[in-house]
Design a protein. Structure first.
Length: 284
């Protein structure tokens, strides 16, 4: 319940942030005088900071969605959200990837998106679960957004990251829909709410670690398998030479389907395959 809604908000926050970067097209802070400790995303534009956006939207959405559903002190949630947001925002300035203005704009932009999307997130989730043709609509919409949303003067990480985000969101939504039509009940019954935080015993801790390890292994194997299958297939379909895989991956014809399909399957595995596996081995 909570994970589905968090991912819906995360997808829209990151998608709108990446598209806004491409519209405004502010460069990264100049170096010198800035010392850049992270250069992987240096090819992207700077305004607004999507790290600041996700670092604001996720903890605040987590607080808004979970408070009242779980029993915990509101002050605890506020302190956690403040610390999470502050650490992410300050880290972007420290790493030399954003100016203070980029981070402030990202923070305010995330608040604006939350104000708009939080009231309708239940409607979106209900549509994803119950509407007969939801998977077809979701896959088509997310794919169209990835293809037509923005263009690049030169290659940067933003296009692939956007396709990755949209693919993951589509995969999670489709997995949720399959759970619903197969009557796989992953959400607690309404009469059990609000939920109390369970005490941390050796058994609970061990079970949590085991679920984490198994889940991560399945998702990594899914990613590796889909990556090895989609890149050569896309190259073959679009007649792109495979002698330089890194260069081939930067072509839109390869990058978009590779990222979208690979992370779509990761999202689907996360929402459907891994929970089914937990149920089968008694870790639900």
């Amino acid at each position: 319940w909570l994970g589905r809604r968090l991912i819906i908000i995360w997808v829209w926050v990151m998608y709108l942030g990446q598209c806004t970067k491409d519209v405004i097209r502010w460069p990264r802070p100049a170096s010198p005088p800035v010392v850049k400790l992270e250069v992987f995303y240096n090819s992207e534009y700077s305004m607004p900071s999507t790290h600041a956006m996700s670092g604001t939207a996720i903890p605040l959405a987590l607080l808004l969605l979970s408070y009242g559903r779980w029993q915990y002190p509101l002050m605890f949630g506020l302190i956690l959200a403040f610390c999470w947001c502050s650490l992410v925002c300050c880290s972007r300035i420290y790493m030399g990837m954003h100016s203070i203005l980029d981070v402030i704009a990202g923070f305010l932009y995330a608040i604006l998106i939350l104000v708009v999307f939080h009231p309708v997130v239940d409607l979106i989730d209900n549509f994803n679960l119950t509407y007969k043709y939801a998977p077809l609509i979701i896959i088509s919409l997310h794919l169209a957004l990835g293809i037509f949303s923005f263009t690049l003067d030169t290659w940067s990480t933003s296009r692939g990251d956007t396709a990755q985000i949209l693919g993951c969101g589509a995969g999670v939504a489709c997995g949720s829909h399959i759970n619903y039509i197969m009557d796989v009940k992953l959400d607690p019954p309404p009469d059990t709410l609000p939920l109390s935080l369970s005490s941390l015993t050796v058994t609970v801790f061990g079970k949590a670690i085991l679920r984490l390890l198994i889940g991560v292994i399945v998702l990594l194997l899914t990613k590796i398998a889909m990556k090895k299958a989609t890149i050569p297939l896309a190259c073959k379909i679009f007649c792109i030479p495979r002698d330089d895989v890194r260069k081939a991956r930067q072509r839109m014809e390869v990058e978009l389907p590779y990222r979208y399909i690979t992370y779509g399957m990761v999202g689907f595995s996360l929402m459907f395959i891994v929970p089914c596996l937990f149920h089968f081995i008694g870790l639900s």
